[in-house]
Design a protein around this ligand. Structure first.
Ligand code: FMN
Length: 259
């Protein structure tokens, strides 16, 4: 089976399981009338999709463990905890993180993780199983997110797309002086092609600071982090305690420009 066939077949299987998991699928599967009545009332009243505590994973892309990105993410974590949502800050650290080499092994073998297991990538992918929301924090390097974080994100999203889709996501950028809006835009690009609701704040999610800890002096930036965390909590509660059904989605119509 070539890669294109594999992708088409996977999409059909996924669509089938999505249909049977959907309210329509469940209704079709019911044969007994009272089952149907119960199911119909559940659909209207289904109050709580899950009783488990919701969790947000905050990924610190900075090599500086206690730097300004950490300060910004910690403010978010504090608010999320106050909202009853578990918040875990994970540091990508200082060891090399390789880039995606487009080998496609993750897809062809339906691994759900990267074929390369020699850096932090798969460890963070594992954490996606229990995460309901995601935050990617980055220092600004030459007007861009730092390279290690981008390498991580590209491999994560390519290898484990099904584990991030439908999960609200936010990007946070920290800089000394300039380039944060460009970096911020770059970080949000993957969310917008992975069916991830992008969580916003009162301003772009940017905090200023150079030496570690200086970010705490940027009161507006830190407030922006609190608003962002509150918005993330609101959206998660809407999703997990309201109507749990996601929009119907078409399978991707792959069309490469060079054939
Ligand atoms: C390689 C490098 C490039 C940087 N480029 C920029 C830049 O383009 N714009 C800027 O305002 N700050 C730049 N900075 C400063 C950092 O963004 C700033 O110190 C930030 O607070 C670092 O976050 P951290 O403490 O979480 O690592 C750069 C720092 C480094 C190490």
């Amino acid at each position: 089976m070539d890669r294109r066939d594999f992708i088409k077949k996977s999409a059909l299987v996924t669509m089938g399981s999505l249909l049977m998991a959907s309210p329509l699928g469940r209704l079709v599967a019911k044969t007994n009338e009272s089952d149907l009545a119960n199911e119909a009332s559940n659909l209207v009243n289904e109050p709580n999709k899950t009783d488990k505590k919701m969790k947000v994973l905050l990924i610190n892309g900075s090599p500086r463990r206690s730097g300004n990105t950490f300060t910004a993410l910690s403010e978010m974590a504090k608010i999320l905890e106050q909202q009853g949502i578990e918040a875990e800050v994970v540091h990508i650290g200082v060891k090399p993180i390789r880039g995606c080499i487009a080998c496609g092994q993750c897809h062809m073998n339906a691994l759900g993780k990267c074929i390369f297991d020699d850096d932090v990538c798969n460890k963070i992918i594992e954490k996606l199983d229990t995460a309901d929301g995601l935050v990617f924090g980055s220092p600004v390097y030459y007007g861009q997110p730092n390279g290690s974080l981008l390498s991580l994100m590209q491999r994560m999203f390519y290898a484990a797309g099904s584990k991030v889709q439908n999960k609200p996501a936010a990007a946070v950028c920290v800089c000394r002086r300039g380039g944060a809006t460009a970096a911020f835009q770059t970080l949000t690009m993957p969310f917008q092609m992975m069916n991830m609701p992008v969580v916003t704040s009162q301003y772009w999610n940017i905090v200023y600071g150079a030496a570690p800890g200086e970010a705490s002096l940027d009161t507006e930036g830190i407030q922006t982090m609190r608003t962002l965390a509150n918005n993330m909590a609101w959206l998660l509660k809407k999703i997990h305690t309201g109507d749990p059904d996601y929009p119907e989605r078409e399978s991707t119509n792959w069309m490469n420009f060079i054939r």
